[in-house]
Write a protein that binds this ligand. Sequence first.
Ligand code: ATP
Length: 378
Amino acid sequence: MPQHRPAPNDNPWAASDEEPIVRVENVTKTFGNTYAVDDISLNIHRGEFFSLLGASGCGKTTLLRMLGGFETPTSGRIFIDGQDVTHVPPYERPINMMFQSYALFPHMTVAQNIAFGLKQDRMPSLHIRERVSEMMALVQIEKLANRKPHQLSGGQRQRVALARALAKHPKILLLDEPLGALDKKLREQTQFELVNIQERLGITFIVVTHDQEEAMTMSSRIALMHEGRIEQVDTPRRMYEFPISRYAAGFIGSVNLFHGHVVEHNNDMVLIRSDEAGADLLVHHSQPLLSGMEITVAVRPEKIIVREQRNDEPNHLHGVIQEIAYLGDVSIYHIELASGKRVQFTQSNVQALAEQPLTWGQEVALSWNPYSCGVLSQ
Ligand code: ATP
């Protein structure tokens, strides 16, 4: 997984007395019979890089557009900086939006595009020139000032759109798939630049993306959406390490899920019997769980260790390697257990080439630490 950024300001969202810059209260948006957004409540804090993440059609763009004032909620309220803006038009909100298409004016130069909103606000021309220069320096496009959009690459157009959206110094910038039009390499570079710019300006960024790696890399927090609702809101690390549901565990990264039932639970350790794992599973879990309860254990592929020998203690499985995918830095292995269940694990390719690698058809013993897995009851 990519490294996620450290959360700024020691988790401002954890400080209960701070008024969030965005407060969404029970917002629903329907289109005919479709619940695009279904009773969502959410707080976003000052200086956050907040991502709305989810599969196509989950409602993230509709929620973003309601924050921008481009759609009106069917019910519920939206507060920005303490003010109820539910029925306030976009141009009266302290917000700007960067559209996925960039929507640059084709007949204007780069500098004119960036200056456009400032002119409309009747900013004195000296100040406009200063602000445009400042913005072009920020996104490193000074040399392109006199070009028209059709004379720019996709990445350069994205920078112009960002400079234009930031020129008015909005309190909040909404970005709809800001890196969607860029190729993979450029997207990875630009992710870090976007985070640097956001941190330098201290503006709250709210980003729509369907790309989980992008959300993990850039965000202070992520709201994972599913069918118009919020599945989980958390920091990237917590979202990955402690997903609250099967959906969240499966959406962010790869995961092995083992069904079973609780045998006993004490001292923050729960013992689960799982026929499909062919072993008892021990998991660190502090919330009380009742004996007999049906439950799922989630284990990430990189937490699994290959053992020399078989062992019948909890969290020890045995199986046969069925598939290997060599990805250069890591290899992904699929093993089949006696129950027929397939388990995926990854190993980083740190060993010398001369060492004996794992191979197809080989029997292996696997295990993991009770602190490296989690239980899911949803
Ligand atoms: P994508 O990543 O594909 O853009 P999304 O998560 O942003 O998806 P939305 O665009 O918010 O999803 O759409 C949520 C649901 O609402 C979808 O079922 C969509 O078809 C529906 N929808 C969105 N806008 C409209 C509209 N103007 N009229 C009718 N239905 C709409």
